[in-house]
Ligand binder design. Structure first.
Ligand code: C5P
Length: 223
């Protein structure tokens, strides 16, 4: 069983994908973390994100793996170094879409994603899971949410309720989300769009539990 969850930034994909994976005993695959890792390594090496050749070389050289922390949360490593927190900064947020728009970078990441998902029983989330990575996924979901709700959720994730109440910070996050969505949905290679046969869900009008139940019922219906 493969469950593909795509959607724009901050739509709640990670939360629901993790919850479905936990409930059903499936492996959770966070493909955004992989593009983030490539962007992080480029920034650390002062590589210009608009230099497709250099960014491709970084992506091809990345050895990305996932693990589990003591508290049960997922960790991301590159060449054995834990990059779980480093890939979640505003700087990475701002630069990741440029790296992800490079076709050869995507080729390298998609190959690794298929390898990680080759055993099946995966809940994968990203932008092109249902369209490109796992087009034969039994369940495909396109998760959206109101942009303001998405920005608020990100602000709270970043710094707790206090940050969620900081409207200037929230506006900055909103601007970045909108910019990122624009790059992700207008790029030539694998743009963000609902896959054929995907079920659209709007997380602004649902609780996480409702989203999980809806996805589990789609899994049951898919056999
Ligand atoms: O999901 P997350 O916000 O962590 O993804 C970060 C970025 O990685 C996205 O904005 C997008 O540019 C890229 N991405 C992608 N394809 C995926 C997953 C993420 O292009 N399957």
């Amino acid at each position: 069983m493969i469950v593909a969850i795509d959607g724009p930034a901050g739509s709640g994909k990670s939360t629901v994908a993790r919850a479905v994976a936990k409930r059903c005993g499936l492996t959770y695959l966070d493909t955004g973390a992989m593009y983030r890792t490539v962007a992080l390594r480029c920034l650390q090496r002062s590589i210009d994100l608009s230099n497709a050749e250099a960014v491709t070389a970084v992506a091809r050289g990345c050895d990305i793996s996932f693990g589990v922390a003591e508290d049960g949360s997922q960790t991301v490593s590159e060449a054995g170094e834990d990059v779980t927190s480093a890939i979640r900064t505003a700087e990475v947020d701002h630069n990741v879409s440029a790296a992800a728009a490079v076709p050869a970078v995507r080729e390298a990441m998609v190959a690794r994603q298929r390898e990680l998902g080759s055993a099946g029983n995966v809940v994968a989330e990203g932008r092109d899971i249902g369209t490109v990575v796992f087009p034969n996924a039994e369940v495909k979901v396109f998760l959206t949410a109101d942009p303001k709700a998405r920005a608020h959720r990100r602000a709270v994730q970043r710094g707790g309720e206090a940050a969620g109440a900081d409207t200037a910070e929230e506006q900055r996050i909103l601007d970045d989300l909108v910019r990122r969505d624009r790059i992700d949905s207008t790029r030539e290679d694998s743009p963000l769009r609902p896959a054929e046969g995907s079920v659209k869900m709007d997380s602004s009008s649902m609780t996480v539990e409702e989203e999980v139940q809806r996805i589990v019922s789609l899994m049951v219906a898919a056999g």
